[in-house]
Design a protein around this ligand. Sequence first.
Ligand code: NAP
Length: 553
Amino acid sequence: MNMEYSGRDTERTSQLPATVDAVVIGAGFSGLYMLHRLVSLGLKVQGFEAGSGVGGTWFWNRYPGARCDVESLEYSYSFSPELEQEWRWSKRYSEQTEILSYINHVADRYDLRPLIRFDTRIVSQVYDETRQMWDLVTAQGQSIAARFCIMATGNLSTPRVPDFAGIELFEGKWYHSALWPAEGVDFSDQRVALIGTGATGVQMTPKIAQQAKHLTVFQRTANFSVPARNAVLDDEADRTHKASYPARRQQAARTSFGISGVPAPTRSALDLSPDERARSYEAIWAQGGSVYFLSTFTDLLTSKAANDTAVEFVNRKIRSIVRDPKTADLLSPLDHPIGTKRLCVDTEYYETFNRGNVSLVDVRAAPIEEITATGIRTADAHYEVDAIAFATGFDAMTGALREIDIRGKGGLTLAEKWVHGPTTYLGLMVAGFPNLFVVTGPGSPSVKGNMVHSIEQHVDWIAGCIAHLRSNHVAAIQPQAAAERDWVAHVNEVADGTLYPLADSWYSGSNIPGKPRVFMPYVGGIAAYSAICRDVVASGYRGFALVGDTSAL
Ligand code: NAP
């Protein structure tokens, strides 16, 4: 196998503490903030991270063009006014390297690194009902016990490398976007195949095209993309934003996506004449950004007729940019309402198909059959390539949790419990798995908004909950089965009131063969969701069972 990546597990020999108050698994945005909060509460904590450094998503996804599609002044921690003021983002949307530098800065500034065991995967996690403790084992066979386990394992952290026949015979090198070599890849003078046209493939395409001798993009499903309009963040914009940071953060918390500065839509797309509507879309297209685009009208994600107007606009744009009509047609999505799969944000994606060294192959019409020693064979042709970049996505939202052998009360595994799809209460906890918290789990807004905002909201909730348990000498908390059932029903009911279920996507697990089809994110919006979480606490942790007395232990 020629796959190259950094951050391999390495043997760690130093002893772990036998027992801690809490274990935090994952050292991305979630894990770092969770560690910080728990240490501030006076808990003894141990962090674990499979990679060799902090950063999570931003540690692993080093592919060309990797960049966040939420503006950096929003996609950043709000818990520290000093941190907010001192960090200077260089661009409207930062690239992976800059976000990774920021996360490293946070780890050092709050002295979090010594709390983390790097290059270490947790492979098993078993709840002992008598001691009301979790017993965890690392891949290296070391053990640790903890009262609380916080899964900060990420939503998009289990890469999906398709098992194409013949991949082991390929004589060139191949790479998955989320396991990209830290030292980068030089595609100069190479014929490169790119498989996958989701948000990752859309970011990679222009960058690889600038370097490669020839880039062939293998597309199964066309995705919608809107321009980022990325730009240097000038001093004035930086100063203005920072001067009103507290108000902006509060405003973000009142929105659906957790982002400030996006004007709330006031009109239906269907209330305007075609000309007025086109002018609105043009203005938003010129401004750039997916959240802005989806906020053009009130009903783009709830009314098919309204959505069709946006589909028509973007498909017209594609045809105006891409010179070859056949390629433009292939790039125009027909099978899902815009925004029901992740709306991509790009820099010259469609323009790239006008280059002489880029071609698009429709692998829906003629699927990939095998990878050969020298290239890719589809149902109707063989493409000779020197390297393959897979942008084939992730086993999203549940993949990282299912990779660990998690056993709750009565020995029930999480995989068994979730055999028909994930069930949680508030996306935070699972009935039968006491004191196991999930940061931005299935059933929470998580991927449907500004992740950093959602992470902070979850971490604050979990920290508040643990503080409550400790001050009241409560040994364990878990959701009541009825509350979990009602929450899952509510998540589905809210999704069914939107257009989201009309798309096949990783939101519903349909990108993974055999994965149960369940719509996983909560799409009621961040503001509504946070209000529910606050209300649950205010009503004495409604829907949770708090059991056991630690003063007796
Ligand atoms: P993805 O959205 O799941 O896209 C995977 C792509 O691979 C799809 O085009 C899929 O085609 C294709 N594919 C999978 N198996 C294939 C096969 N056997 N043959 C041909 N094509 C195949 O994954 P992603 O692009 O990595 O994005 C995942 C998520 O990560 C995004 O939705 C977003 O939330 C996040 N992300 C964010 C950013 C950002 O902030 N800018 C950037 C990158 C990623 P089908 O659609 O036909 O299955």
